[in-house]
Design a protein around this ligand. Structure first.
Ligand code: ADP
Ligand code: MG
Length: 391
């Protein structure tokens, strides 16, 4: 058990809060503020307690340089709106200006620092940045579960230099996902899709062997590499050659627990307006692309999902951002909403599909993490969590 913000005194203290404000921004406006809203309870708690809250977060991948489009000003505006108070913002991650503004904070005030990844020391977990961040505060609170799998200066480095505890969102994520890891309900059915085979292959392995999932359903771009490894002709579909060997191992070891698409929707071009049709998985036309799972596959997956007592899902079953190829993903999202099983969903695109299906409130837990969700459930230690004090 990790110490939480409720286990320490924060009144009158300067609290450095690592939040996850990595939200989509278009033309200076936040287009989906889910992650900001998820961290509000922690900020509100700190304000009620009379802390002086200094928030830091990364946004996108500016790679150690200032990128104008990735400044956190739109985030400060969203935070101000939700908190009903002016959240101040400085234009640097650390340094003189930040230090000076922190000195003027009063109890209950909230300040937002600039995008941590503007500083080259962030992703390298540089001691110099960790020290500067630590010098701004008396206490460190980490609420950024979605960044907890990264050993960065604002997640790991600074935690070693200040009393470090978990925020309320972080605590909820840990407690909920711990139950999946240590008290899985059976049948346990896991559903994988999306594109990043490299990121997910290890997790699939651990689901099969550590969590001993009863069934592993695979769709989306992930499935393509597995189909290719089985020797099927997948046309010009997206797949990852580098991972053929690993995938082969999974195929060999998984046996009948691993279920792949039996039919697919294929398109002539990788395009929303392309001609498309549904074919059996062994009849993909030359040069065409697998874009979605077909209706027979949806049926097959739904039967398994209805049988499950616990479902873990990451990754869309098709190119769900293109409306004609979102069908399989949406159908499965609705099935998850209808079952009595406990349902756990992680990953940005998967959560977006759940929202698009209008069933967010019918899912047991939608994690704010993608990579962190998967790594946690594969039993790995997350550096951002390990760095926090134990109770
Ligand atoms: P999440 O954000 O839920 O973790 P990912 O980011 O891993 O999911 O995967 C989502 C991406 O996978 C989407 O951009 C989607 O277009 C892509 N994808 C899914 N199926 C296919 C496919 N058959 N071919 C190409 N891309 C696919
Ligand atoms: Mg994604």
């Amino acid at each position: 058990m990790k110490k939480t913000v409720k286990d320490i005194k924060v009144n009158g203290k300067r609290v450095l809060l690592r939040a996850d404000c990595n939200v989509p921004i278009e033309e200076g406006k936040v287009t989906d503020d889910t992650r900001i809203r998820e961290t509000l309870p922690t900020i509100e708690y700190l304000r009620e307690q009379g802390a002086r809250t200094i928030i830091c977060s990364h946004l996108g991948r500016p790679e150690g340089k200032v990128v104008e489009a990735l400044r956190l000003d739109p985030v400060a505006r969203r935070l101000s709106h939700h908190l009903g108070t002016q959240v101040r913002k400085v234009d640097h991650v650390v340094g003189r200006e930040a230090t000076e503004v922190v000195e003027t904070l009063e109890d209950g005030d909230v300040l937002l620092l600039e995008n941590t990844r503007f500083h080259p020391g962030e992703t390298e977990n540089a001691e110099v940045l960790a020290r500067k961040l630590a010098s701004l505060a008396d206490v460190y609170v980490n609420d950024a579960f979605a960044a907890a799998h990264r050993a960065h200066a604002s997640t790991k480095g600074v935690a070693a230099l200040l009393p470090a505890v978990a925020g309320l969102l972080m605590t909820r994520e840990i407690q909920t996902l711990d139950k999946v890891l240590h008290e899985p309900k059976r049948p346990l059915v896991t559903l994988f899709g999306g594109a990043k085979v490299a990121d997910k292959i290890e997790v699939m392995e651990s689901f099969l062997h550590t969590l001993q999932a009863d069934v592993l359903l695979v769709g989306g771009g992930m499935a393509n590499t597995l189909l290719e490894a089985k020797g099927l002709d997948i046309g010009d579909s997206l797949w990852e050659e580098d991972h053929l060997q690993t995938v082969q191992t999974i195929l060999d070891r998984a046996g009948s627990g691993l279920i792949l698409p039996v039919d697919v929707t294929v398109a002539e071009r990788f395009d929303e307006d392309s001609e498309s049709r549904t074919v059996d998985v062994d009849a993909v036309p030359k040069g065409w692309h697998i874009m979605d799972v077909g209706p027979k596959t949806v049926q097959l997956f739904q039967d398994k999902l209805r049988w499950a007592k616990m479902v873990v899902w990451n990754g869309p079953l098709g190119v769900s951002e293109m409306e004609p190829f979102a069908r399989g993903t949406l159908a499965v999202a609705r099935t998850l909403a209808e079952t009595d099983a406990q349902t756990f969903v992680g990953g940005g695109d998967s959560a977006a599909a759940i929202a698009a299906a209008g069933v967010s409130d019918k899912i047991t837990h939608i994690s704010t993490g993608g990579g962190a969700f998967l790594e946690f459930l594969s039993g790995k230690e997350l550096p951002g969590i390990t760095a926090l004090a134990d109770l």
